[in-house]
Design a protein around this ligand. Structure first.
Ligand SMILES: Cc1cc2nc3c(=O)[nH]c(=O)nc-3n(C[C@H](O)[C@H](O)[C@H](O)COP(=O)(O)O)c2cc1C
Length: 310
């Protein structure tokens, strides 16, 4: 049986609905030693900033029950080095590329997006409006995330939307009361897709030293621990907006990916679990195909949002 696994975000078609979560796949080089990375629906690269960044001071990763806390702080090579040294490799592999960008102002996001478009550096842009590790999260009133303000989300999205033609994805934060509000703002601002979720703020303490385990004190929680939270947010958002949702948060297996798709995600991303099993996305692609065959589905799109609630 022939199964269509192709899905679309704006005018971009992915050969299948499986990508990787930004920041857990670098720029693909290391993973290409394990599998042919062009088999992914798309490679989503680590957040890119205008200048290279060293990130936060270690320790910046802590293992937690069913997950991990990270406070990497957007360590990345910067946009110029990406275009010069990382992009040629990804293009040679024939990958579809989602370039994730992070800026400290609207102007920076616009610059990054324009630069990527001009240099052919991406097939789609994902705006990270939700990184919890670059602000002083110890003072919650000092510096909120853009994704926590529906008004800012719309402003940032529409500024980038009017500057580039590339498909535009907005990545939102779960650290908010009602995620459908910024999701609607992103849609109004002209986004072609919404990525949910980024990490949940958390912390962990060493009881011997009575010091936080992360040098940054707080970090972002990811992995299976956050899966039910992410799934609920995907369900909420996909019922609210018309544009595709890219679901992530603790996806490890085909069954996890199916839950997200049935809840409403058009695309799914594997993140932290890659550190345990780098081949997980490949297994999931095959698993989705097998599921469609055994359920007599010839198009994965028919599964998206097919949840029945009694
Ligand atoms: C080590 C690490 C680094 C991350 N870096 C980024 C990043 O640079 N940009 C971004 O948008 N999200 C980043 N994230 C968040 C992931 O893309 C993803 O949204 C989140 O981890 C939830 O998925 P998961 O539970 O499958 O890991 C990072 C996550 C981890 C664990």
């Amino acid at each position: 049986m022939n199964v269509n696994l192709q899905v679309s975000i704006g005018n971009l078609t992915l050969k299948n609905p499986v990508t990787v979560a930004s920041g857990t796949f670098g720029y693909g080089e290391e993973y290409s030693e394990y599998f042919d990375i062009s088999e992914l629906g798309a490679v989503t690269v680590k957040s890119l900033t205008l200048q290279p960044r060293l990130g936060n001071i270690p320790p910046r990763i802590v293992e937690t029950p069913a997950g991990m806390l990270n406070a990497i702080g957007l360590q990345n090579v910067g946009i110029e080095n990406y275009l010069k040294y990382k992009l040629p490799f990804l293009r040679k592999q024939n990958c579809t590329i989602i370039a994730n960008i992070y800026g400290t102002s609207i102007e920076e996001y616009v610059k990054l997006a324009e630069y990527l478009e001009k240099e052919g550096g991406a097939d789609a842009i994902e705006m990270n409006l939700s990184c919890p590790n670059v602000h002083d999260a110890r003072n919650k009133f000092k510096c909120p995330l853009i994704a926590q303000s529906p008004e800012w989300v719309e402003k940032y999205t529409s500024a980038v939307r009017s500057s580039v033609k590339l498909p535009l994805i907005v990545k939102l934060s779960p650290n908010i009361t009602d995620i459908t509000e910024p999701a609607l703002s992103a849609e109004r601002g002209g986004a072609d897709g919404i990525s949910i979720i980024n990490t949940l703020l958390g912390m962990s303490i060493n009881t011997h030293t009575r010091r936080p385990k992360l040098k940054n004190v707080v970090g972002g929680l990811s992995g299976p621990a956050i899966r039910p939270v992410a799934l609920k947010m995907v369900w909420d958002v996909s019922r609210t907006v018309k544009i595709p949702v890219i679901g992530m948060g603790g996806i490890c297996t085909t069954s996890d990916a199916l839950e997200f798709i049935i809840a409403g995600a058009r695309v799914v991303a594997v993140g932290s679990y890659l550190f345990r099993d780098p081949l997980a996305p490949i297994r999931i692609i095959q698993g989705l195909r097998d599921y469609c065959i055994s359920n007599h589905l010839d198009d994965i799109n028919n599964l998206v949002g097919s949840i029945t609630v009694d």
